[in-house]
Design a protein around this ligand. Structure first.
Ligand SMILES: Cc1ncc(COP(=O)(O)O)c(C=O)c1O
Length: 375
């Protein structure tokens, strides 16, 4: 049996080596390292894939969030509604821009921001909602967009963990996550569902005026070379990463299928176990399983992690400390929050290996060892 990893990028690369190597070699041959053809080709392909008008590539998913918030012309102290149960980047950029994070609860089943909690948290100072499609499960975007419309608030989808997931509205129309809110962002961190071989990110919008601002802000606030209209930053997706992404985008749907097949295997093995809750798949979207995250009840989680590690099985807790409990947010009133579901989930989650190259032999071994410890 091959060694088990949380994410196995070596095996994935082996299957698409020719395309990746050719793409990278082309960039080198043309010495088009910055904003080359690979970048424009990738932006166009991703725009088609997501069915979104504008794709603005940038340096990473954190920059993407920051640039998006800068483009919305928010004022210091404006309130931004965010889940606390998320990767730190979502919330960190809010604080970085001197906006006020307002942490709200997630739904215990989907791990995603709870629309009811969002609506309750709205005040006259609320300017933005940042739903995060956690672990590959889409937020209930129909409910979020409805709230945003009624209160005239922006929506910024943090789609770092769910790229490629289709969301179906009650009228039967389908849109990809990231292309539903006013702006969407993603990360191309190597372990993401669409990951490059370094850092990368992108911003999406259907709004022409926002797109113009986003492009300017990502490029030193320039409207024309050496003419800087607004304060911006320097955030680019480099051409070599774009070449990798061009090759991998063609496989994104197949990768999601492979991830779902792994999830099916795990689901079946853990079905109806009294101490294990398998991931919920909301009917309005197709889960793309960035992570496969179980909830454990009455299990020594640290003991399980150590037991699995002793058998060569990695596992992770995403995330061990929710944002509102991070030291970083003490100055923003983080400790004043009482988010019971978030805390409850944080104590119970465990993520198992999830990637496109897992084999039945490995899955059998993983599930047997989990059950051996828990039973
Ligand atoms: C939900 C979420 N938001 C934002 C990011 C930030 O992306 P990056 O690491 O590319 O800055 C990540 C990825 O790590 C993420 O998972």
């Amino acid at each position: 049996m091959r060694p088990i990893q949380m994410v196995d990028l070596k095996q994935q690369y082996a299957k698409i080596k020719k395309d990746i190597d050719t793409g990278i070699q082309e960039v080198i041959d043309n010495a088009a390292f910055i904003n080359g053809k690979a970048v424009t080709d990738f932006s166009a392909s991703l725009s088609r894939y997501l069915d979104v008008k504008h794709v603005i590539p940038c340096a990473n998913g954190t920059d993407a969030l920051q640039i998006a918030m800068m483009a919305m012309d928010l004022q210091p102290g404006d309130e931004v509604i965010t889940p606390s149960f998320t990767y730190i980047a979502t919330t960190e950029v809010i604080a970085l821009l001197r906006l006020q994070p307002v942490f709200v609860e997630v739904d215990a089943k989907t791990f995603c921001i709870d629309p009811v909690a969002v609506e309750k948290a709205i005040t006259p100072k609320t300017k933005l909602i940042v739903p995060v499609h956690m672990f590959g499960q889409a937020v209930n975007m129909e409910a979020i967009m409805d709230i945003a419309r009624r209160h005239n608030i922006y929506v910024l989808e943090d789609n770092a963990q769910a790229i490629g997931s289709p969301f179906t509205f009650s009228d039967g129309t389908t849109k990809k996550t990231g292309a539903i809110g006013h702006i969407g962002t993603t990360s191309f961190f190597p372990s993401k569902n669409l990951g490059c071989y370094g850092d990368g990110g992108a911003i999406f919008t259907n709004d022409d005026a926002l797109a113009t601002r986003l492009k300017m802000i990502a490029n030193h606030g320039q409207s024309k070379r050496y003419y800087h209209d607004v304060v911006g930053c320097n955030s680019r997706l480099d051409s070599i990463q774009a070449a990798v992404l061009n090759a991998k985008l063609q496989h994104l749907d197949a990768y999601a299928d492979a991830r779902r097949a792994v999830a099916d295997y795990y689901d079946k093995a853990f079905a109806n176990h009294p101490k294990i809750t398998t991931p919920f798949r909301a009917p309005y979207s197709k889960h793309v399983f960035h992570q496969y995250t179980l909830l454990l009840e009455g299990v020594d989680r640290d003991g399980l992690i150590a037991f699995l590690a002793s058998h060569g099985i990695p596992s992770m807790i995403y995330y061990p400390v929710p944002a509102h409990r991070q030291k970083m947010f003490e100055a923003f009133g983080g400790s004043a929050y009482d988010l019971k579901t978030t805390d409850w989930l944080t104590e119970r989650v465990i993520s198992l290996p999830m990637h496109t190259e897992l084999e039945d032999e490995q899955l059998r071994f993983i599930t047997n060892k989990v059950l051996e410890f828990i039973n």
